[in-house]
Design a binder for this molecule. Structure first.
Ligand code: PMP
Length: 358
């Protein structure tokens, strides 16, 4: 098989090593004569797998025992509702893109959230500056999206909100760089970009926050339920959890989060350099201090050229470069598993395309 370079924003490219390992081991789990997909989620073998996966994430992200790690269904989108249901409806929201807006929409159904900063008027081309954010004194939590998958912006430093818990949607940049987990009350991420396949959402929650949940919240929607049952209250997404374990082992082999971050900085650096050195042929759609290392978005001089750029790139094996339909242009999603070689190939193509079409 000739493997394409897959710039899709999610589900996204997985490490080839992980896919091969999966193919080899999925039929016979730990030489027991059954697949991991066939055994009980309450079996010793699966529980060991779950606990190993948790330990790996705890080690890689340096998560203290004050936090519980949960593996839930429903995507990151279910978290938009579970967070206000469990932690309280009068929260502060920082709006930096389409996903923050979706989170806010759910919070409005549950309670009375307040928008404390937004860059929507500037088409979300940047992250708000600290002096633009006016926190409420009585907020139940502060919510932000650490990386904006569609607009290509990313928080470089997080605001200090203590004692109010900071809640972050890290769906598109979890495990891509060092983060001080202790700054957060809750971190959540759909797995399908940096952690594994779609189907499981990782929630890292400070244990005391689960105690806030009102009695009116149904059992399945309570963090406390999943904490008490070690994510086994009901049948968890066993396959997805298995793949997450393999991905975490791969991250460890790459030198952990520190090693991965170094590679991510190099990959993002190469692409932004190609944009900056194109004498205006490629235009970044975001401010320099808000640039994402995960989703690199840019425009060409006109839409016809953008279409041709994407077509020609696809023909060369560079797939998934079309910008989100609400934004247009080009978006190169270069998550942890996206290889350096693919970035180098894209940069080479960008140079040739600019030369031929200037
Ligand atoms: N938040 C962010 C930042 C995302 O990029 C996405 C999906 N692309 C979501 C939330 C929604 O995730 P899910 O499809 O798992 O509900």
């Amino acid at each position: 098989m000739e493997r394409k370079f897959n710039f899709n924003p999610g589900p996204a490219t997985l490490p080839l090593e992980v896919l091969v390992e999966l193919q080899k081991n999925v039929v016979d789990f730990n030489s027991i004569g059954m697949s991991v997909l066939e055994i009980s989620h309450r079996s010793k073998g699966f529980q060991e797998l779950l606990n190993t996966t948790k330990l790996l994430l705890r080690e890689l992200m340096v998560i203290s025992e004050d936090y519980e790690i949960l593996f839930l269904g429903g995507g990151a989108s279910l978290q938009f509702a579970m967070i206000p249901m469990n932690i309280g409806g009068k929260a502060d929201y920082i709006i930096t893109g389409a996903w923050s807006k979706k989170a806010l929409k759910e919070a409005k159904i549950i309670g009375n959230p307040v928008v404390i900063a937004t860059t929507e008027e500037e088409k979300f081309r940047r992250i708000p500056k600290p002096e633009e954010i006016k926190f409420s004194r009585d907020a139940t939590y502060v919510h932000l999206t650490s990386n904006n998958t569609i607009f290509g912006t990313q928080w470089s430093t997080f605001p200090e909100t203590s004692p109010i818990p900071l809640v972050a949607d890290m769906s598109s940049d979890i495990l891509s760089r060092k983060v001080a987990v202790g700054k957060f009350g809750l971190i959540y991420a759909g797995a399908q970009k940096n952690l594994g396949p779609a189907g499981v959402t990782v929630v890292i929650i400070r244990k005391d926050l689960a105690e806030r949940c009102p009695e009116t919240v149904p059992t399945m929607l309570r963090y406390k339920t999943h904490m008490e049952e070690n994510s086994l209250y009901n049948t968890p997404p066993v396959f997805a959890i298995y793949v997450v374990k393999l991905v975490l082992e791969w991250v460890k082999r790459k030198g952990g989060v520190e090693g991965i971050e170094k590679i991510n900085r190099k990959k993002g650096g190469l692409l932004y350099q190609a944009i900056d050195e194109s004498s205006g042929f490629y235009r970044s759609t975001v401010d320099a201090d808000s640039r994402s290392l995960m989703n690199v978005t840019f425009r060409l001089p006109d839409e016809d050229l953008e279409q041709r750029f994407i077509q020609e790139a696809t023909a060369l094996g560079l797939h998934g470069l079309k910008g989100h339909r609400s934004v247009g242009g080009v978006r190169a999603s270069i998550y942890n598993a996206f290889p350096m070689e693919g970035v180098e190939r894209l940069v080479g193509f960008m140079k040739e395309f600019a030369k031929a079409n200037r």
